[in-house]
Design a binder for this molecule. Structure first.
Ligand code: 5GP
Ligand code: MG
Length: 182
C-alpha cells in the first residue's frame, strides 16, 4: 500500500510517523516528565517555532503545573557555529537554582541545542535537560544528546506537527518525510 503523500511548495512528502503513533509517544514522554519533575521548581522552555505543537500537547498532558516561557533563536541557520547570544529571545525569567527543561521539535546537528545549553548554564540552574520529539543520531556533530527523545529518525528532512518547509506544513497532524526522486 502506498503511503499518504502531500505536496508543499512543489515538493513531495510522504508519511513517516502517523498522528496516532505521535500521540501515543507524547503521552509516554509526558508521563515520564511528570514523574521526573514532580515537586521540583521547574521552568519549561519550548524553543519556537517548531516546538509549538509538541509543547502544547506534551505540557497539557503533564500532571504538574510548571512555569512555561517560550524562547526563540533569531537566526540559527546563518552560520555553521550556531547562534550569537544576542539572538536568543525570551529568556527573561530567573533560572538560577531552578530545574530547566528545554523542549525542541527536532535535534539535527545538535549545534543549536549545544549553544542553548551553554547559554542557560551561565545562569546557574539546578539542572538543565532536553526533551525533543525527533532526534537524528546520524546528523549529530556534537556530544549533546537529548535526555528524552520521542523518535530516532534517519537523516532526512521532515515536516508536520510543528515542523515547516519554508514556513509551510506546520499544521499537519502526521509527520512527513521529503521524497527524493530517482
Ligand atoms: P540543529 O542545530 O540541531 O542542526 O538544528 C536544529 C533546528 O533545525 C531544529 O530545531 C529545526 O528547526 C531545524 N531542523 C533540523 N532538521 C530539520 C528537519 O528535518 N525538518 C525541519 N522542518 N526542520 C529541521
Ligand atoms: Mg527548532
Amino acid at each position: 500500500m502506498s503511503k499518504k503523500r502531500i505536496r508543499i511548495e512543489g515538493r513531495e512528502f510522504e508519511v513517516l510517523l502517523s498522528s496516532r503513533r505521535i500521540s501515543r509517544r507524547v503521552r509516554e514522554i509526558s508521563a515520564t516528565l511528570s514523574e521526573e519533575y514532580k515537586g521540583k521548581d521547574t521552568l519549561i522552555l519550548p524553543v519556537l517555532n517548531g516546538s509549538f505543537i509538541f509543547a502544547a500537547d506534551l505540557i497539557r498532558d503533564m500532571d504538574i503545573d510548571t512555569e512555561i516561557s517560550f524562547i526563540k533563536i533569531a537566526s540559527y541557520r546563518g552560520t555553521t557555529s550556531g547562534f550569537d547570544p544576542a539572538e536568543l529571545i525570551g529568556l527573561g525569567t530567573d533560572i538560577r537554582n531552578r530545574h530547566v527543561l528545554i523542549l525542541e521539535d527536532i535535534i539535527d546537528t545538535g549545534t543549536t541545542l549545544s549553544k542553548l545549553i551553554g547559554k542557560i548554564l551561565e545562569y546557574q540552574p539546578a539542572s538543565v535537560r532536553t526533551a525533543c520529539l525527533l532526534f537524528k543520531p546520524e546528523a549529530n556533530i556534537t556530544n549533546i544528546k537529548p535526555d528524552f527523545a520521542g523518535f530516532e529518525i534517519p537523516n532526512d528532512f521532515v515536516i508536520g506537527y510543528g515542523l515547516d518547509y519554508n514556513g509551510y506544513g506546520r499544521k499537519y497532524k502526521d509527520i512527513y518525510v521529503l521524497v527524493t526522486e530517482g
